[in-house]
Ligand binder design. Structure first.
Ligand code: ADP
Ligand code: MG
Length: 292
């Protein structure tokens, strides 16, 4: 490989909004046949908002949201931001929480006004011996709309559901269409619930979905696909995505994503626009043709 052509390629990439960190990434892009893509913050904007609050019993919507917001104050997850914005919108006074814990990829828990508040996915509640059937039934309607259902329990009893929805990035459908036209298989990878993931995938025409994936398992999915002989690119934005980005043949970080993701990837999409992947692949093919 002549360094000159690579340098020209890297320069052209920058003009296209694609920051190429290493030459191998540029070389491999054209050969990629499978794109694994994180859902939240990559296919979607990653700035979700609360679309519904359902409270069980007499606590009421605002009463439930008050306790949930108290716990989420200590979390930096986008779901927490959405919940705090909604509490603010409703002018709810948020009490203090103590004994906060947050098992990654599952949820958050704390004590608020002497009550034990557990918030998160079904696993988060089930692991604490909380009955999730009733909450899951209520959650399914939201999940089928593509929203993330945050389950809430107070003192060990089911207390409600907060539905949070994130918009698909406007450039995502076009990006997927051109990748598909190029023969690239797209796999959605998410820590979110299978039902939510399937609803979003259906809307986007994505056929392969890996859902309910814990943060430390995202990398395993990439490795499994590589073991099948595929040339795998992984696109993601989060801290959770970093090991998977590093494990892929080409790691692609969203420019608006976390620093850890950007550091773990060979390529960064400066404008967080997935259509740049196709442009970068064309550039990769041209660069390699110049070298051969
Ligand atoms: P993603 O891959 O979609 O970015 P994460 O791995 O960060 O998801 O989280 C997986 C799931 O864990 C979320 O869909 C949510 O149900 C739950 N969860 C994680 N953090 C929180 C939080 N702060 N509040 C409520 N639920 C949470
Ligand atoms: Mg993400």
């Amino acid at each position: 490989a002549t360094p000159m052509s690579i340098m020209v390629g890297v320069g052209r990439g920058a003009e296209l909004g694609v920051l190429v960190k290493n030459a191998e990434a540029l070389e491999r892009l054209e050969k990629v046949d499978t794109l694994v893509v994180d859902k939240t913050g990559t296919l979607t904007e990653g700035r979700p908002s609360v679309v519904a609050v359902e409270a069980i019993g007499k606590i009421g919507e605002d009463g439930l949201l008050r306790l949930v917001a108290a716990v989420e104050q200590a979390s930096e997850h986008p779901l927490a931001e959405a919940i705090l914005r909604e509490a603010d919108r409703r002018s709810i006074d948020i009490p203090q929480a103590s004994d906060f814990t947050s098992p990654t990829g599952k949820g958050v828990q704390a004590t608020v006004e002497g009550r034990e508040v557990v918030i998160g996915n079904a696993l988060m509640l089930a692991e604490r011996g909380i009955e999730v059937a009733e909450l899951s039934d209520r959650a399914d309607a939201f999940r089928d709309d593509g929203a993330t259902a945050v389950l809430v329990a107070i003192d060990g009893a089911p207390a409600g559901v907060v539905a949070v929805a994130d918009r698909v990035r406007p450039t995502t459908p076009e990006a997927l269409a051109s990748l598909r036209a190029d023969g690239v298989t797209v796999v959605m990878l998410t820590g979110d619930n299978r039902r939510t993931a399937m609803a979003v995938a259906r809307r986007l025409g994505i056929e392969m979905v890996e859902a309910d994936v814990l943060p430390d398992q995202k990398k395993d999915v990439v490795e499994k696909l590589r073991d099948e002989g595929r040339i795998v690119a992984m696109a993601g934005d989060g801290v959770n995505d970093a090991p998977a980005l590093a494990a892929a043949d080409v790691g692609i970080a969203m420019g608006g994503g976390t620093d850890v993701a950007i550091e773990s990837a060979g390529v960064t999409l400066l404008n967080s626009d997935l259509t740049s992947i196709t442009r970068a692949r064309t550039l990769s093919a041209k660069t390699m043709a110049n070298i051969r």
